[in-house]
Design a binder for this molecule. Structure first.
Ligand SMILES: [Zn+2]
Length: 553
């Protein structure tokens, strides 16, 4: 089966990557194999055939690894040249051709020119070969409302351009329906949508700016951009490469602006893939993921031919790790490091289908994409401010006994606004910030609506920071029954207060009992177990110590 040497592979193909089918023993091989090649897909989770891409180094390592494999025709070695659109006027584009690179750039700027109150193009970086990384920010800019941000990207794999045309068309659809379609008008009045149709332009146009023949999965450095992000399980550079320019363009954007939700479109399969990809543990919001995934898939089923979006999973969606593990992916990066809700959409089994089919993929997916974007407004949202100044603050909003792996969110440092999509339920929501007293609210949420909370946090007057004179010792800690305080001098400790973590005094103005000249005892046997601040005063100066009380009550 190892047919590598039957084919003229060295010198390596000019495009720098090959497409291969690898035979594995079982899924335990995937962890090892994913460090050698870029795994593209499996036809079924239990399948022992793995489709993958390899650059020259990957291929040499694959030869050494001993896996059996077969070299396949590259998906972008097209028998028939894909139909291209190379005009400069949107009016003559009927979305049944792939745009030439210059037409793409021109279309993006024409959105801004034609709809200046709704669209602004942001160039956040350039590719390795200097092509533009463009985002269309689409929202009603005239209403003075702080909106949740949604990020839609496509074609981080250059030879998967179906989502590229789909998202380009989405820009046009949103802009041209604002003001006439109530649904779209409401959406752009309440959500800010950022669209990057082409995340890897060097890959898509590796064969030239006017063709998709010769497109590559990798960027011009032969790097799979979707294995090149920091990974909280597998490490900062799990692919062994520095962070690529194309990825820096999206990292910079999400560093500077807080996004609530996102999706990245691919082709090569037909399924919605939700977190995590890098580990088997479930995301804290697994119920929410299944809820939005089912909504997406069911709407696709209602607007497509039977069989579409069911090849991998009859429901149309799958947990990423259950399909196949990847590391360094964009989805997990945005979920973990940017506290977003980001999923992966595979919308066409054929990577580069005949361009006449592009309207079909649009028709099948656009309603689902719009409905998904609407979810950014739902769940729990609100405003966090400083109770003393009323100024907005950046606070951490986490759900007790629910959040894990950074699934909590922050309020925006400038606006104080936060958005937390979550499945219907009753949650204890914790609002916290260093040097502020935390607040815990019990909040009921319902699917499809938002619960709005305005929360103000009070300063703790430094109480959450310990300060102690060097000659004072307080022990034992943890403590039950009695706390003993020893001082190095015979100064009287005039006052002792015990505060809970909310800053509320639980035994005001207790005089410690003096047991000798410099030893004092405090009876805490009736205090409920928990963390407390012990605040005392000596010679008009106070000291604070965090105490863990463990009583049997
Ligand atoms: Zn892909």
């Amino acid at each position: 089966m190892n047919s590598a040497f039957a084919q003229p592979l060295f010198p390596f193909p000019g495009k720098g990557e090959i497409y291969i089918k690898i035979y594995i023993k079982d899924n335990t091989d995937l962890i090892h194999l994913s460090k050698i090649v870029s795994i593209d897909s499996k036809t079924k989770p239990e399948s022992t055939n793995v489709y993958a891409y390899a650059n020259k180094t990957d291929f040499i390592n694959l030869l050494k690894s001993g896996y059996s494999f077969e070299i396949l025709k590259h998906p972008a070695d097209l028998s028939n040249e894909a139909k291209m659109f190379s005009g400069f006027f949107k009016e003559i584009y009927t979305w049944d051709a792939y745009p030439a690179y210059s037409s793409y750039v021109d279309l993006m700027y024409s959105f801004q020119n034609n709809y200046s109150h709704l669209c602004k193009i942001h160039k956040t970086g350039v590719s390795v070969q200097g092509r533009d990384i463009l985002f269309a920010k689409i929202t009603n800019t005239l209403n003075d409302v702080i909106k949740p941000r949604v990020l839609l990207c496509s074609s981080i794999h250059g030879d998967e351009p179906v989502g590229y045309v789909t998202l380009l068309r989405m820009c046009d659809y949103l802009l041209s329906h604002y003001g006439t379609d109530t649904d779209i008008t409401n959406l752009l009045n309440s959500v800010e949508i950022w669209i990057n149709p082409l995340a890897n332009p060097d890959g898509t146009y590796a064969g030239g700016n006017n063709t998709l023949n010769g497109a590559t999965r990798f960027n011009a450095n032969y790097v799979d951009l979707n294995r090149n992000f920091s990974d909280f399980v597998h490490g900062e550079h799990s692919d062994g490469n520095t962070t690529q320019l194309e990825n820096l363009a999206v990292i910079r954007l999400t560093d500077s602006l807080q996004f609530v939700m996102g999706a990245t479109l691919h082709s090569g399969a037909e399924v919605l893939n939700y977190p995590w990809d890098n580990q088997p543990g479930l995301h804290a919001d697994d119920a929410w993921w299944q809820y939005v995934s089912k909504a997406y898939a069911d709407t696709v089923f209602a607007h497509s031919q039977s069989g579409y979006f069911t090849g991998l999973s009859s429901t149309g969606y799958i947990n990423g790790y259950q399909w196949y593990m990847i590391s360094g992916g964009k989805q997990d990066y945005l979920n973990y490091y940017k506290h977003m809700r980001e999923l992966t959409l595979e919308i066409s089994n054929t990577k580069i289908p005949d361009a006449s089919l592009l309207p079909y993929f649009w028709e099948a997916n656009y309603r689902s994409l719009i409905n998904y974007a609407k979810e950014a407004q739902n769940g729990i949202q609100g405003l966090v401010s400083d109770s003393a100044t009323n100024q907005p603050i950046r606070a951490k909003i986490s759900i007790q006994n629910h959040d894990n792996n950074n699934s909590f969110v922050y309020s925006d440092s400038i606006t104080g606004r936060f958005f937390r999509p979550i499945y219907a339920g009753t949650y204890d929501v914790n609002f916290s910030k260093n040097t502020f007293q935390e607040k815990i609210l019990m909040i009921n949420t319902y699917n499809g609506t938002a619960a709005f909370y305005s929360v103000s946090l009070a300063h703790t007057s430094g109480m959450n920071e310990e300060s102690l004179f060097s000659d004072i010792t307080i022990f034992p800690n943890p403590v039950s029954d009695n706390i003993l305080i020893k001082t190095g001098s015979s100064d009287i400790i005039s006052e002792i207060n015990l505060f809970n973590l909310h800053g509320i005094s639980i035994n005001p103005k207790t005089q410690p009992e003096t047991i000798s000249g410099n030893q004092f005892i405090i009876d805490v046997s009736t205090v409920p177990s928990g963390l407390y601040f012990l605040k005392g005063t000596r010679s008009n100066k106070s000291f604070v110590k965090k105490i863990n009380i463990l009583n049997k009550n």
